[in-house]
Design a protein around this ligand. Sequence first.
Ligand code: AMP
Ligand code: GLY
Length: 414
Amino acid sequence: MKILVVGSGAREHTIIQALRRDPEKHQLWAAPGNAGIAADAEVVALNATNPKVVTEFAVSADIDLVIIGPEAPLVAGVADRLRKAGVAVFGPSADAAALEGSKAFAKEVMAAAGVPTGQAWNVSDRTGLLEALERTGAPYVVKADGLASGKGVLVTDNKDHAIEHAEFYLQHGDVLVEEFLAGPEVSLFFLSDGTTVMPLTPAQDYKRAFDNDEGPNTGGMGAYSPLPWLDEGFIDTVQQQIAEPTIREMAQRGTPFVGLLYCGLVITDTGIKVIEFNVRFGDPETQVVLARLSSPLAPLLYAAATEVLQSVEAPVFSDDVALTIVLASEGYPEDPQSGRVLTGLDEASGDSVSIAHAATAWDGEELLATGGRVVSVVAMGSDFSKARALGYAAIGKIGLEGSHFRSDIAQGIG
Ligand code: AMP
Ligand code: GLY
């Protein structure tokens, strides 16, 4: 197949690495990609959030399937334009992407579909804000309604911080004040063709910057899969209580959801609840989920894109475990340094260790780190202690001045 992957992060590199393991040999393009992706696919420098530009390229290159990685192109309507041009695309329409693009919309859909989630109040001014904070009490959970690159959510015991955060985002639109949900978090992805859903395998993300869940929220500093501590039946419960009703509700509204529904879940004392929906593969969870995928990827995504998901076999996942450790630039997430030299990637990769590039670029002979999350080191093993030993030995070989990573990924698991 001729496949175009839209995006430039470690998630997109991981998708491309997985496509390269398919028995069928694909021709792969990435837009805009990065230095690591360029070694595995043909990179095309184009504005990935511009529907017209992406569609013109896909049509001219006779692409069979477009896989859209990040949320921004989806919310911008890249999938709509591609579909209109007759190109098969894995990723929802702009209307369906509102499940991630507007937290208030996601709450409305969940309420209509009877999907369990935290109580929330949509506020548009200071008076409403203070009332809502009074109702929930601490810890306070304040969320910007729209996309905010992972920076829109604040969970804090400090009411003044909650107010300050909310007032900043109130300048741009509504803000959601949400009930605090206590319990372990799980990410579970479902493929959907608009009617049928198919689960992938659960993963856990480490959202905070530093060990022991300290420091600010980030895009994700590491992940592991599977989750041996989950109850049997977890996937079925989430499918029946959350994914299926949501997909049905979206179809009923005339905005069928085609692509990947990312269910961000909390296991509370009173059951599994949705903390957020995303409308695309998670990063870094994808690195561990696809590392464990042992059946071909392209046929699954193509079947979802062409609305025949019920006709393909469910994906198969290895019994081996996978973990990923994210190497981040100095100052990430607040103020990441860019442009420093990155070394040791060849030495770090090996039989059970792979590297997914997130923010890298060549400058002549030198590889540079060009953003906050730089690479994801992915290690596999028959158990977590083996995978951890491999992963941490590998990341220790990578040189990047001032960089940091968490040392507790998958610690104490299995
Ligand atoms: P989100 O961007 O909605 O995933 O939020 C980022 C992170 O903030 C989540 O992964 C949780 O760790 C935390 N969070 C968000 N909403 C809540 C909530 N209602 N209760 C507790 N923690 C939350
Ligand atoms: N790892 C969180 C996300 O992809 O949104």
